[in-house]
Design a binder for this molecule. Structure first.
Ligand code: R7I
Ligand code: MG
Length: 384
């Protein structure tokens, strides 16, 4: 293991830039590597390890594992935040539609395709409207908003902005609160991880629970939970379960799946991804000793089966923000399409992030450098 990776593995200092790069590269890696087992019900650990050791084979060529809709949409989010130096719903919606049009075969969810087609219409003025029409007017609860949420944590410095804009960004396709609150939770987890909060895992999960308590107190969240026959505060309930499972330490794959889920719904995958990261902070039986925490997290996410690419993508972003880019094996990076671009986007988002620090410190910069909202409709309502 390289010296920097060793330092990251033992929890030593990881630079903020390294964390930014780790977050986006980790997400792309999880998506590409996880595609192999997407939808599989039973994934033996041996098969996961065989798949991962195949990445170390130099003769297989670069970029052989292609990314899916998770990365395709995450790229759109990052490009939009950078180009508009903040959130601009029109620009982001246009990019989603254009990307889908250019490469429709990336494995998009069957419902979201209708939204992306409508977003392509030049006549459309309210870009949140197509998402509101989904699933009989309730909106999607899929994990498509959460899978692309990481760049919001890199673009905005404070938790309130991360929450507000990750929510709006998700609402372009997912207007059910279970869908967009999954994106808020994922963005908050990356936000905390970028700040080194995983060094104290219990505080990390407690912070997420208390933030989500506020988020889920909202009337729409309460209403949606009831309409879908879920417990009140569904994300908080799952996060408490995550905490219990982490505290227990030894837990079977079957228990994790039955307690947290491994499905395409955001509620059945975002808390699961957070669990994967927390569980793999320590070495785990069955995983090679030479693996660092990032490798363990990705391998473990794949072994859960189900929506493996998306769970590994989300876990990869949170873990990558914790361990930093140096912890991600070069051979793994080389095997995945889109890693280089993700790395460049992370560096550019880091520069934007640093500029806002200067702003906050009172050093005047041009207005155009400050992340902000271009949103004309910051709080879209749920009525048509
Ligand atoms: O959420 P979304 O973008 O899909 C993302 C997933 C990721 O795993 C990707 O890797 C890709 O594989 O798909 O797409 P949606 O179509 O909005 O939601 C995904 C699926 O969740 C839908 O196709 C439905 O099966 C289900 N779903 C719902 N079913 C019933 N009622 C989402 N919302 C509802 C609902 O309200
Ligand atoms: Mg998926």
């Amino acid at each position: 293991m390289a010296a920097a990776a060793r330092i990251a593995a033992i929890g030593g200092p990881v630079s903020t830039l390294s964390r930014f790069r780790g977050a986006l590269v980790g997400a792309v890696l999880g998506d590409c590597v996880g595609g192999e087992f997407e939808g599989a019900e039973d994934v033996p650990l041996d098969r996961v390890l065989q798949h991962l050791s195949g990445l170390e084979d130099d003769t297989r060529g670069d970029g052989i594992l292609q990314y899916s809709d998770d990365t395709a949409m995450m790229r759109c989010v990052a490009h939009s935040l950078l180009t508009r130096t903040g959130f601009d719903e029109q620009d982001m919606a246009r990019r989603f539609a254009k990307e889908y049009n250019l490469a429709p075969g990336r494995g998009y969810g069957s419902g979201v395709i209708q939204v992306l087609r409508k977003l392509a219409s030049p006549q459309l003025s309210d870009v949140f409207q197509p998402a509101r029409a989904q699933f009989g007017g309730r909106g999607s609860f899929g994990n498509g908003g959460a899978m692309r949420a990481a760049p919001f944590a890199l673009a905005f410095r404070n938790a309130a902005d991360v929450q507000q804009y990750s929510r709006l960004g998700a609402m372009l396709t997912h207007s059910c609160s279970l869908g967009y609150n999954g994106a808020v939770l994922q963005a908050l987890a990356v936000h905390l991880s970028l700040q080194g909060a995983l060094a104290l895992p219990e505080e990390f999960i407690n912070r997420l629970i208390s933030e989500m308590e506020e988020v889920e107190r909202e009337e729409t969240a309460q209403h949606d939970a009831k309409a879908l026959n879920l417990a009140e505060f569904p994300y908080c309930t799952r996060l408490h379960r995550v905490k219990e499972l982490v505290e227990r330490g030894s837990v079977s794959i079957e228990e994790v799946i039955s307690e947290l889920g491994n499905g395409i719904a955001a509620l059945q995958s975002v808390p699961t991804a957070i669990f994967c990261v927390l569980h793999c902070l320590e070495p785990r039986e069955g995983l090679p000793e030479r693996y660092g925490g990032l490798e363990r997290t990705i391998a473990y996410s794949l072994a859960l089966g189900g929506d493996t690419d998306t769970i590994a993508c989300m876990a990869g972003a949170i873990a990558g923000a914790h361990y930093g880019i140096e912890a991600i094996p070069q051979s793994w990076q080389k095997s995945c399409e889109g890693v280089e671009e993700a790395d460049q986007l992370a560096e550019r988002l880091y520069k934007l992030y640093c500029l806002t620090q200067l702003e906050e410190d009172g050093i005047t910069m041009s207005d155009s450098n400050q992340p902000r909202s271009h949103s004309s409709n910051q709080h879209p309502t749920h009525t048509e």
